[in-house]
Design a protein around this ligand. Structure first.
Ligand code: FAD
Ligand code: DHB
Length: 391
């Protein structure tokens, strides 16, 4: 098989890139090792930044998002029960976020690419290795329906997530790796209960972090900070609701409780490589960087990468101009670093890390008091939370 751009992975990065390229008339093929059912039902992120929402609409894939996504005009930050509201639109000149599950974004893009347009998107097709990235005809070897195949392309984009083969193909000497493992994880639940607050709530409590979010007017999504070696079996439903009540609670507010339909633990890490291209191979999304989930940035950062790549391939194929392709890593890393910083800040600010009588705890509290007092600080949080327009 021959194509212009060979894409490995049908997560948000690969699917958005494929759709962007098709909208520019640039041939591409997507290989995905998992089944369509698996990819469409993987429970992950839910928070879409302003730019991500705009891009879905621009690409003509925003119908379900417009009908079912829930726009949010602010967020609530809490410290030991004391709450501050961050009004996005007032502080950012009209930008906001939308709650719409990652699996619905993925379903909408797959329906458009595979069902509506019949573009080449292969499920259960596993890329084994990538070759000749230093030449102008790189190729991807993959296995599909029990047989080995090759795709010859002009460029390969590895959108194959944290465990993919793209990063392993980059020569080790061209990048440095940065990694922080946090000493806590998130226990997340989906519950059949209406959300107890119109806004998301990020809460520091001396017992640990908690987050209240939701997926629909009937389904709540909630998280608590737990130890890395904790297990869902240690958290029967009643204990979990009591803990959420304590950590999220404030005077005169009640937490809606209901049947818990899903429970899972996610570790937290910051990870990145500091160079995202080599020869004809480009990296995008989780393949190149992971942020801790506080602030909901992972999916949005993946989309920001491929938006840049889309522009760069358009300049290459339509104007014979390689400036953007050559500058991709440098350009993408500006947003990656900004997002690493914000996700790290939100994580450090709202998780329990220190004893209450310590200097570090007092710094954490002083920073929250500053958020309460300062419009400048609230503006900083708002513009990072909704996502900077350009960077
Ligand atoms: P992925 O979504 O990982 O997609 C990569 C794809 O490549 C996968 O479908 C994989 O099967 C495929 N693949 C891998 N290797 C090969 C191969 N050799 N051949 C073919 N295909 C291959 N972010 C948030 O903002 N908020 C959250 O609450 C949140 N929760 C998360 C929970 C979990 C358990 C995880 C793992 C991530 C979570 N994230 C969250 C992060 C967010 O979901 C990711 O940042 C986002 O999925 C990145 O998209 P991606 O396309 O880069 O990678
Ligand atoms: C959600 C996840 C996040 O990490 C976050 O910061 C906000 C919302 C969610 O799953 O809804």
């Amino acid at each position: 098989m021959k194509t212009k751009v060979g894409i490995i992975g049908a997560g948000p990065a690969g699917l958005f890139l494929s759709k962007i390229l098709h909208s520019q008339g640039i041939d591409n093929v997507v290989l995905e090792s998992r089944s369509r059912h698996y990819v469409e039902n993987r429970l992950r992120a839910g928070l879409l930044e302003h730019n991500t929402v705009e891009l879905l609409k621009e690409l003509g894939v925003g119908k379900n998002l417009i009908n079912n996504g829930i726009p949010h005009h602010g967020v609530m930050l809490s410290f030991n029960g004391e709450r501050v509201h961050i009004p996005f639109e007032e502080l950012t000149g009209g930008r906001n976020i939308t709650i719409y599950g990652q699996r619905f974004v993925v379903r909408d893009l797959i329906a458009d690419l595979a069902d509506k347009n019949n573009y080449p998107l292969y499920f259960e097709a596993t890329a084994g290795h990538i070759e000749k990235i230093e030449t102008d005809r790189p190729l991807i070897h993959y296995e599909y329906e029990g047989e080995n195949h090759e795709i010859h392309c002009d460029y390969v984009v590895a959108c194959d997530g944290y465990h993919g083969i793209g990063r392993q193909t980059l020569p080790g000497h061209i990048f440095n790796t940065h990694r922080v493992e946090y000493p806590f994880s998130w226990l997340g639940i989906l519950a059949e209960t209406p959300p107890s607050s119109e806004e998301l709530i990020y809460a520091f409590h001396t017992r640990g972090f908690a987050l209240l979010s939701y997926r629909s007017p009937e389904i709540s999504r909630l998280y608590i900070q737990v130890d890395n070696d904790d297990h869902v079996d240690n958290w029967p439903d009643d204990k979990l609701w009591d803990e959420l009540d304590t950590r999220l609670g404030t005077e005169g507010w009640t937490l809606n409780k209901g049947p818990i339909i899903q429970k899972g633990i996610t570790p937290m890490r910051s990870y990145m490589i500091d160079h995202m291209q080599y020869g004809r191979l480009f990296m995008a999304g989780d393949a190149a960087h992971i942020v801790p989930p506080t602030g909901g940035k992972g999916l949005n950062l993946a989309v920001a990468d491929v938006k840049l790549l889309g522009k760069a391939f358009a300049a290459h194929y339509h104007n014979n101009d390689d400036t953007l392709l050559k500058g991709y890593s440098t350009d993408a890393l500006k947003r990656v670093w900004r997002t690493q910083h914000f996700s790290n800040f939100m994580t450090q600010q709202f998780h329990k890390r220190f004893q209450e009588d310590s200097f570090d705890y007092q710094l954490q509290k002083a920073q929250f008091d500053y958020i309460k007092k300062s419009v400048a600080m609230r503006t900083t949080i708002a513009e990072n939370y909704v996502g900077l327009k350009e960077i």
